[in-house]
Design a protein around this ligand. Structure first.
Ligand SMILES: *Cc1c(COP(=O)(O)O)cnc(C)c1O
Length: 425
């Protein structure tokens, strides 16, 4: 496969050739691709809602059948007993994010998990209470941070330090993150950044940020909504304190499906962490003695509150099975080629169309997503793309986010995206 963009060609025949030699090409057949006028849509919104694997239905049906057959006894008698169902996901998920199984748990929803983890890991003191985050973080994250700050009776304006892109730039210069960590090192309680910025697609150097944060005496957590299943993550080795992510974006587990959480093993035995507790975080051996003293599990499972939502877990189980079969390394390799090809196609369009498309995603620090500013065009352009069977997503005022996903998108998808877009410009 060509590894320099100079060898690419903007033709359907060339794209098909790349698909022919793609080791992962058969995975596309394992997904339902939404249709437009009887043809596959060009689906570039796997960063928003991943597509449905064909095996998902049978995984959910298994649980529906066992529920029909056993009723409450399914907790013990189901083929995959519900009592420990979430453990089936733990090992698979841990591999995808580079964690130890004991550091990973699937539970709740993303924003819920962020809050539960901040209860333990945002512990401000009068001297050390600030949170460093990226400007224009996903709104839910901003609300979560603000409400945590207020909950501890601090002032939002004072306590939250936002790193913004420099004047005229779309991405954050990481130097500015490190300078801010140094500047606020005596007041910083927490660094909470998205591993990938949802808007620009910029990937942050999580390892270096974690190191710098720890050196400054701060706790470091990441929102990995746009990183889990997209990037090669090594949460354990990077010594990240905590992280949370959803499973419905790159992880293809269905709308609103169960989310993930990571807590580094260094915190598992800590006895002085504040925690909002529930029975599912209680020691498994004595959970059903129903005693009033909470005995925490010494793993990420300690943060569980409730028994598991089995039906959405089943969807997540199906998807993670595919991820483990493919492996993140192979996915990353293809992902890089897909985005390189997309970049090439856009450069070719620009040659014909007065450079009207500006890619704001960094060339190196990126995953599947490329964000394009369409200078001089409004949302009408997006509406026309949809009408032509191409589905990226649109962020006001003029950004098109495209995420060719290595599991089910093809090089031909990238070519088709370019040819439709070119016609509309
Ligand atoms: C998608 C996304 C969310 C969504 O939060 P939910 O709790 O799953 O609704 C939050 N934060 C980021 C960064 C996201 O990309």
């Amino acid at each position: 496969m060509p590894n320099t963009t100079t060898l690419f060609q903007n033709t359907a025949a060339f794209a098909k050739q790349l698909d022919d030699i793609d080791d992962l090409k058969n995975y596309r057949n394992q997904f339902y691709i939404p249709q437009h006028n009887g043809n596959d849509m060009v689906y570039f919104t796997g960063n928003s809602l991943g597509l449905q694997p064909k095996i998902t239905k049978s995984y959910i049906e298994q649980e529906l059948n066992d529920w029909a057959k056993y009723g409450v006894e399914g907790h013990f008698l189901a083929q995959n007993p519900w009592l420990s169902y979430h453990e089936l996901l733990t090992h698979k998920m841990a591999k995808v994010v580079g964690a130890l199984p004991s550091e990973t748990v699937m539970m709740n929803q993303l924003t819920v998990n962020l809050h539960l983890l901040m209860v333990s890991f945002y512990r401000p003191t009068p001297q050390r209470y600030k949170i460093l985050c990226e400007a224009k973080a996903f709104p839910s994250d901003q609300y979560a941070l603000q409400s945590q700050v207020k909950f501890h009776n601090f002032n939002v304006e004072d306590a939250i330090i936002e790193i913004t892109p420099r004047e005229g730039e779309h991405c954050i210069n990481e130097v500015d993150i490190f300078e801010a960590i140094e500047k606020y090192k005596d007041e910083l309680a927490l660094i909470m950044i998205g591993g990938v910025n949802y808007f620009s697609g910029q990937v942050f150097d999580m390892k270096a940020i974690t190191e710098a944060g720890h050196k400054a005496g701060a706790v470091v957590g990441f929102d990995l909504a746009h990183a889990a299943g997209n990037l090669d993550l090594q949460l354990h080795d990077w010594k990240v304190d905590f992280a949370a992510w959803c499973s419905y974006k790159y992880l293809n587990s269905g709308p609103g499906s169960v989310a993930g959480a990571f807590v580094h093993e260094t915190h598992h035995k800590s006895t002085n962490l504040p925690l909002f507790a529930g029975w599912w975080g209680h020691d498994k051996k004595t959970r059903f003695l129903m005693d009033k003293t909470f005995v925490p599990i010494e793993s990420a499972e300690r943060w569980q509150l409730s028994n598991a939502p089995i039906l959405s877990m089943a969807a997540c189980h199906a998807s993670l099975t595919i991820f483990n079969e493919v492996g993140m390394e192979n996915l990353n390799k293809k992902s890089k080629q897909l985005t390189d090809y997309l970049q090439f196609v856009i450069d070719e369009i620009n040659k014909q169309k007065n450079n009207c498309l500006q890619i704001i995603t960094p060339l190196q620090n990126r995953g599947c997503q490329i964000s394009i500013v369409a200078n001089g065009y409004g949302k009408e352009l997006y509406n026309k793309l949809i009408a032509n069977g191409v589905i990226p997503d649109w962020r006001e005022p003029n950004v098109i986010r495209c995420a060719p996903v290595p599991l089910y998108n093809s090089f031909l998808d990238v070519y088709r995206f370019g040819s439709v877009l070119s016609e509309l410009l």
